[in-house]
Design a protein around this ligand. Sequence first.
Ligand SMILES: CC(C)(COP(=O)(O)OP(=O)(O)OC[C@H]1O[C@@H](n2cnc3c(N)ncnc32)[C@H](O)[C@@H]1OP(=O)(O)O)[C@@H](O)C(=O)NCCC(=O)NCCS
Length: 143
Amino acid sequence: MESKNVTYHPESLEQKLERYRPDPAIRVVMLPKDTNALGSIFGGVILSQLDLAASEEARIAAGRNVVTKVINEVDFVAPVEVGDWVSFYTRTERVGRTSVTVHVLVVAHRGHRRDELFQVTDAEVVFVAVDEEGKPAEVLREE
Ligand SMILES: CC(C)(COP(=O)(O)OP(=O)(O)OC[C@H]1O[C@@H](n2cnc3c(N)ncnc32)[C@H](O)[C@@H]1OP(=O)(O)O)[C@@H](O)C(=O)NCCC(=O)NCCS
C-alpha cells in the first residue's frame, strides 16, 4: 500500500478559545500564597479555581444547584508562575437528565502587557444537579 505524507497541524490556542464563551468564568492573579515548595503555583490552586469556574457554567445550564461528580484527566502542560494572570474559559458540552458536562480551558497571561498567552491545562467536569436534600434532580430546561 502507498504511504501517504500526512502533515499534522496542531490547533492554535486562538482556535481553541473560539469554542468557549468569550469571557472567562474566572480570572485571577497568582500570588506567593499560591506557590508550592518549588516556588511555582500549586496544582491544587488551579484545580480549585477550575472546579469553581466549571460549576458556575453548570449552574447556569442546570438552573439549580449542582455538585461536582467527576473531574476527568487534568494534564498540566505548562507551569504557572507568581504574577501570572490565569483565565478559566468554559463551555457546556452536554446537558443530560440530571447531569451537566462542562469543558474548561485554563490559559495563563504573562508579561507586563499580558500578551504572552499559553495553555496551562484543560478538563472535562461532570456535575449533578441536586435538590434541597442533595439528591439528584432533573435539570430545569429553559422554556
Ligand atoms: C452526585 C450525587 C448527588 C449523586 O450521584 P450518583 O448516585 O452517581 O447519581 P446517579 O447515578 O443518579 O447519576 C446522576 C447523573 O450523573 C451521571 N454520572 C454519574 N457518574 C458519572 C460518571 N462517572 N461520568 C459521567 N457521568 C456520570 C449519570 O449518568 C447521571 O446523569 P443523567 O441523569 O444526566 O443521565 C452523589 O454521588 C454525591 O453527593 N456525591 C458527592 C458530590 C460532592 O460532594 N462533590 C464535591 C466533592 S468535595
